[in-house]
Design a protein around this ligand. Structure first.
Ligand code: WTA
Length: 655
């Protein structure tokens, strides 16, 4: 992570206490109450989670064993039966919530739709029956490649209802990235749309699906279900492609939920790691349902009357856990927005807060920095008085952005909940509880009850307060990922072997650096592996490198992260060319576009530097540390004695 941010975070001493008024009405009302819960959960985690599972969820059949821990594989609520779509929908229909708004949606062009719980339930049942009609059975994987429209949530819930694990692929990913994911998950069906609207442009999706499936690219896919959104003309392949609105008209709205085992696969979500191939993170039903439900309820102090809005995309874990499953399981009203702030409408987020009376607003630091740049006159011109809690996620928030969020958006009265977590963790891990825990700008504060988080060295020994180390979790929790899809060995290697188990103690290695201060508050310092965090989105350096070398001009590529004021980090690529090619600005543009085509626009390098050779060790490892220094224009620091050829470095320095 950027040095300057670390430094400013290190100097941060401000402390913000929840107001008495807020604390009194909160689910968790004081630090003391938090500490009690934390101790209780630490002493007997199984009992702690079992009590909550009993109280918060509906089960078709109770479990026999709360936790089966065969490190690194955990099973929660073993033998229990439930369905997450039942917990998100059916159970609310038996109460007054039946006609409460479940989902309020606003499209970018200004069109809107609101679904009550009864209406959402009906749509989900219709889609579930359409999926069944297209031959999808319990256990079959379904890919979802949609814009931010209600059908994205409906599709996820419909899959969950019939026990077909979903794999949502972010709509900004290219055909190539989609294909890799379809093949890895062996998806049987793809749910997509003609396209969507984003920043005043039409983003086409169906043509990308066609490209991914061309030449038998993903042979497992039998059918494509297409939602009409933009009304652009798309090609429909007879027998394979079907319009959702056509099939919907011919099925029943009655679809009983499958009885799922607590450990049945709920979804796969691909995320970047340190190799070229994205990992399919596996989440299962019971533990994930409980964990997203409880973390949202306590960390955002969710109440019956809240209007809750998370601005993430459903293509990321934040959208899964905290637009769809967490809020709906709690019977809350969740807001979904298709668009983003753009020159033609920089105040659109605040319009939505004002229009619907949003009470809880959850976004990312990169968005906050973009909003700061657009100017505070936009939020100032709207009535934001409905807001009572603000949240942030995705990367460490710089204190300046935190203070702006606090002053301008929160009007100095809304607690800021800085939630540290990951695709792998399923839900919040380290976060303030807004009525109980004073906040410090830039710190994610304290672990959620039941989460034994710590900062340790490579031998697993806790480091001293204020010293940097590796962020780990020392005990399983219900929302944790269960494995890497199809590759349990990779799961073990990636997360459980960086720090070797000792005396029966296992360490979940998060891949983040962190420190704890004298009050035990966690300060996240960014990734310690080869993952770059661009606007809160994870990109593996290897993934971008593989994309670059797939271009005929490129011989070798090395990618590093470089600090960027708006995006946090951006991709910086060093490239050596094949014999006949000459480096030029045109080729730079072409390579940038090539990466965008291979992965998606978020991976487009901010800059590319051509070089004759890359600095390597004698054993042939690229010395990324040096490249990071070079990319950020810093002096090359540290030991360079392992370099195979010093002249490479001198040339790169321009010396
Ligand atoms: C980073 C997103 C600091 C971190 C939910 C983590 C954060 C990665 C925070 C996971 C935060 C997320 N403070 N860093 N509040 N939240 N991160 O899987 O590096 O897309 O490992 O999950 O984002 O990203 P992912």
């Amino acid at each position: 992570m950027a040095e300057s941010t670390i430094e400013s975070i290190l100097e941060e001493k401000r402390l913000f206490n929840p107001s008495q008024e807020f604390a009194q009405q909160a689910h968790i009302k004081s630090k003391q109450e938090y500490q009690q819960l934390y101790e209780q959960a630490k002493t007997n985690p199984e009992q702690f989670w079992a009590d909550l599972a009993e109280k918060e969820l509906d089960w078709f059949q109770k479990w026999d064993q709360t936790l089966d821990w065969q490190p690194p594989f955990a099973k929660w609520f073993v033998g229990g039966k439930l369905n997450i779509s039942y917990n998100c929908l059916d159970r609310h229909l038996q109460t007054w919530r039946k006609n409460k708004a479940a989902l309020i949606w606003e499209g970018e062009p200004g069109d809107t739709r609101t679904y009550t719980y009864a209406q959402l339930h009906r749509e989900v049942c219709l889609m579930a029956n359409v999926l069944k009609q297209l031959g999808v059975q319990k256990g079959d994987r379904v890919a979802i490649y949609l814009p931010m429209i209600p059908e994205a949530a409906i599709a996820m819930l419909a899959c969950a209802r019939i026990g077909a694990p979903h794999s949502v692929v972010f709509g900004g990913f290219s055909a190539e990235a989609l294909k890799t994911r379809l093949v890895d998950a062996e998806a049987k069906l793809v749910i997509t749309a003609d396209g969507g609207f984003r920043k005043d442009k039409v983003v086409s999706l169906k043509p990308e699906v066609d490209k991914a499936l061309a030449n038998n690219g993903a042979p497992s896919v039998e059918n494509v279900l297409v939602v009409q959104r933009t009304e652009e003309k798309v090609q429909m392949e007879p027998g394979r492609d079907h319009w959702w609105h056509d099939l919907k008209a011919g099925v029943s709205a009655h679809c009983p939920p499958e009885s799922m085992d607590s450990e049945d696969l709920l979804f796969i979500l691909y995320t970047s790691g340190t190799t070229g191939k994205p990992k399919g993170v596996v989440h299962t039903t019971g533990g994930y349902n409980l964990y997203t439900h409880t973390t949202l309820k306590w960390a955002f102090d969710l109440k019956e009357t809240d209007v809750y809005w998370c601005t993430a995309d459903v293509g990321w874990i934040t959208g899964h856990s905290y637009i769809v499953y967490g809020p709906l399981s709690n019977g809350a009203t969740t807001v979904m927005y298709e668009g983003a702030p753009r020159p033609s409408n920089p105040g659109c987020l605040w319009d939505i807060v004002e229009k619907y009376g949003v009470t809880i607003f959850y976004t990312a630091p990169t968005a906050i920095r973009a909003l700061i740049k657009m100017g505070e006159h936009h939020p100032n011109a709207r009535d934001l008085s409905s807001l009572r809690i603000l949240g942030t996620v995705g990367e460490p928030i710089n204190p300046e952005a935190w203070m702006w969020y606090h002053r301008i958006i929160g009007q100095e009265k809304c607690p800021i909940v800085d939630t540290w977590w990951q695709t792998e963790t399923g839900g919040f891990m380290i976060t303030p509880l807004p009525g109980a825990i004073p906040t410090k700008p830039g710190s994610a504060a304290l672990p959620f009850p039941g989460i034994l988080a710590d900062v340790v060295d490579l031998d697993g020994n806790p480091v001293k307060p204020n010293e940097g180390g590796y962020l780990v979790v020392k005990y399983p929790w219900p929302g944790m990922m269960r494995t890497v899809y199809g590759d349990p060995d990779r799961f073990r290697r990636t997360y459980w072997e960086h720090i070797a188990p000792k005396d029966g103690q296992y360490f979940y290695f998060a891949g983040d650096g962190a420190r704890k201060d004298d009050d035990g508050y966690f300060w996240i310092m960014g990734r310690v592996d080869d993952v770059i965090n661009v606007s809160g989105h994870r990109l593996g350096t290897m993934e971008v490198e593989s994309a670059l070398v797939s271009h005929p001009a490129v011989a070798e590529a090395a990618v590093v992260g470089r600090k960027d004021e708006m995006k946090g980090e951006e991709v910086f690529a060093f490239v050596t060319l094949e014999g006949d090619y000459q480096g030029s600005d045109d080729l730079k543009q072409e390579l940038k576009q090539h990466v965008a085509n291979e992965i998606g626009a978020i991976a487009r390098p901010g800059d590319i530097r051509f070089t004759d050779a890359l600095p390597k060790t004698r054993s042939g490892k690229i010395m990324r540390r040096l490249l990071r220094n070079l990319a950020s224009g810093e002096e090359v620091a540290g030991d360079t004695s392992t370099l195979e050829d010093r002249s490479v470095l001198d040339k790169l320095r321009g010396g």
